[in-house]
Every structure is written in C-alpha cells, then in structure tokens.
Write a protein that binds this ligand. Structure first.
Ligand SMILES: Nc1ncnc2c1ncn2[C@@H]1O[C@H](COP(=O)(O)OP(=O)(O)OP(=O)(O)O)[C@@H](O)[C@H]1O
Ligand SMILES: CC(C)(CO)[C@@H](O)C(=O)[O-]
Ligand code: BAL
Length: 288
C-alpha cells in the first residue's frame, strides 16, 4: 500500500526516496488517463508520488469547486493497484494556511495565462501555477508527469519551470480516450447520456481537423468547425467556447501560412459541464 501523507510533516517524514522521484499532480477522481500518467512515472523514476488536491485557487467563483468529485478511498485503491509509493492528499488549510489579513504571494501566469482557456477561466492559470510550484517545493520531485489533454496547462508549467529555474524535469503524456474518442476527464461523470452524445463531437471535430492537415491551417479549422456546428445545433447543444489553432509553446493563434507543429484546441459547455480537448498537428511547408 502507498504511504498516505495528509500534512506537510507527514510528507516530510515519508519523503525519503531511494533514487529518483516522479510526481503526478492530480485533483483526484482518478481514471484511466491518470493511470497512464502513473505508469509513465513508474517507467521514469524509482519512486512514484501522486498528489490529490482539489485546488480552490484555480476555480472561478461560478465554477464547480463544490461539486468536483472527491473519491479519496477509490483513488487510494487505484494508486495501490498501480504500485504508487506515496500519496500526498492535503486539506485546503494544509496547502493554504490562513495568513495575516489574507495576504498571500501567488504565481502570475503572465500574458499566456489570459489566452484560450485562460480567457474562459480568468485567474485559472495563476491558481494552477501557484499550486504546482507549491507541490514541487513540498514534494521536491526530479520529474513531474502531466497529461497532454490539458495542453495549455502543460505548456504553461514548462514555461514556469524554465522562467523561474525550477529544478524539475517536466514530462508530457498522451491523452487517453474512450473508444468513441471522448477524452477521459473527471468531469465526464457529470454528463447525462444525451449530453455525452453531444460531448463526443469535440473529439470528432479534432479528428476531422487532423484528417485535413495536408490542406493547411485554415481548412483544418474549417473541417473541425463544420462538425462543431452540428453539435451547436443539437439537443442538448454544445456551447462552444473556442476552437483555435495555436503554437504549442505560446498558445498564440497561428495563421494560414503556418508550418511546423501546432495544437488544435477546443472547449465548450454541454449542460453545465466545461470540457476541453486538443490534438497536436504538424504542418508541412508548401514545398514539401
Ligand atoms: N484523458 C487523459 N489522458 C491523459 N492524461 C489526462 C487525461 N485527463 C486528465 N489527464 C491529466 O491528469 C492530470 C490531472 O488532471 P485532473 O485531475 O484535472 O483530471 P481531469 O480528468 O483532467 O479532470 P478535469 O475534469 O478536472 O479536467 C493532468 O496532468 C491532466 O492533464
Ligand atoms: C495540475 C493540477 C493538479 C493542479 O491543481 C490540476 O490543474 C490538474 O489536475 O490538471
Ligand atoms: N484539468 C485541469 C484542472 C481544472 O480544470 O481545473
């Protein structure tokens, strides 16, 4: 069984790794996507640690902080089955002890934190980067593994680690999907059967875009948009937040002349559930 640390003191006592340590930060409600990260971590390091913490700082005032699934006993079972060594599952007070007058220093995600997903969720990436830096400082991993499903989050964590000289290696792992293409997400459990049918259009749109990659950026976006238009008109409808083709490092939109890597990213709401997905693409130059 993994050692379970609920406080900083318990973490410090448990953290005596023999060899390299890989951390997989999560918000719990673990699924096959998380399990793939645990297996990647196991391949890369001698000791595997998982953090399970629903971070209030990254939720907006009208988001799903209160109803976010909290399933610690089941998560512990999954971690045990994956041979995890250490689970850090702090309470909010452990991560954010009260301070005088509520004063607190946080990480500023900069301009990259205000575009794409950051434009939909103001302050979200400041909250993510703050908690991830705190987790790095507490657990002190050699390696940290994150999912490519949250591609902007992964890019921003790489940016933070480079810009703030954080001594950790960041590893990305591919998105795990249901057989019909829907990206696994803890939030999928909010979906009714009808909503799920609409939600699958996100991954169908990305696939349609990816299939036209040889025709260039504008046609990729158009092909994906055509699929989404069907879902926007469906019942229940998709409320599209964005469909963008962006540079994978900066998340700035690319133009039709773009060559090289790009990410086609999509997000929308089905009912009250905010879902995101993306696919990495490679555009050749016209002469190729
Ligand atoms: N389908 C997936 N495939 C691979 N990695 C994933 C997948 N879903 C989530 N992850 C990764 O798991 C880590 C923890 O994510 P988190 O706990 O928020 O899960 P989630 O399913 O993305 O939940 P949410 O519904 O909140 O977005 C992140 O690095 C995230 O990118
Ligand atoms: C990285 C993370 C654990 C920070 O709270 C969260 O954003 C997530 O689960 O992707
Ligand atoms: N998977 C990213 C965490 C969030 O949506 O808040």
């Amino acid at each position: 069984m993994p050692v379970i640390a609920r406080t900083r003191e318990e973490l410090a006592a448990a953290r005596a790794p023999d060899g390299t340590l890989a951390l997989v930060p999560t918000m719990g409600a673990l699924h096959e996507g998380h399990r793939s990260l645990l297996r990647r971590a196991r391949e890369l390091a001698d000791v595997v640690a998982v953090s399970i913490f629903v971070n209030p700082l990254q939720f907006g005032p009208n988001e799903d902080l209160d109803r976010y699934p909290r399933t610690l006993p089941e998560d512990i079972e999954i971690c045990a089955a994956e041979g995890v060594d250490l689970i850090f599952a702090p309470t909010v007070d452990v991560m954010y002890p009260p301070t005088a007058l509520g004063a607190r220093v946080t990480v500023d995600s900069g301009p990259m934190g205000t575009v794409v997903e950051g434009a939909c969720r103001p302050g979200h990436f400041d909250g993510v980067l703050t908690v991830v830096l705190k987790l790095f400082n507490l657990v002190r991993p050699d390696i940290a593994v994150f999912g490519e499903k949250d591609a902007q989050q992964l890019a921003m964590i790489r940016r933070m680690v480079a810009d703030l000289n954080v001594p950790v290696q960041i590893v990305g792992a591919p998105t795990v999907r249901e057989t019909d293409g829907l990206a696994l997400s803890s939030r999928n459990r909010y979906l009714s059967a009808a909503e799920r049918l609409t939600a699958v259009s996100l991954s169908m749109a990305l696939r349609a875009g990816a299939e036209t990659v040889g025709d260039g950026p504008a046609k990729v976006v158009r092909a994906a948009r055509t699929v989404l238009d069907g879902a926007i008109a469906a019942d229940p409808p998709l409320e599209l937040d964005y469909l963008v083709l962006v540079d994978p490092e900066t998340f700035q939109e690319v133009d039709d002349a773009h060559t090289g890597p790009a990410v086609l990213a999509v997000a929308g709401r089905v009912g009250t559930t905010h879902l995101i997905d993306n696919v990495p693409l490679l555009f050749g130059s016209a002469s190729e």
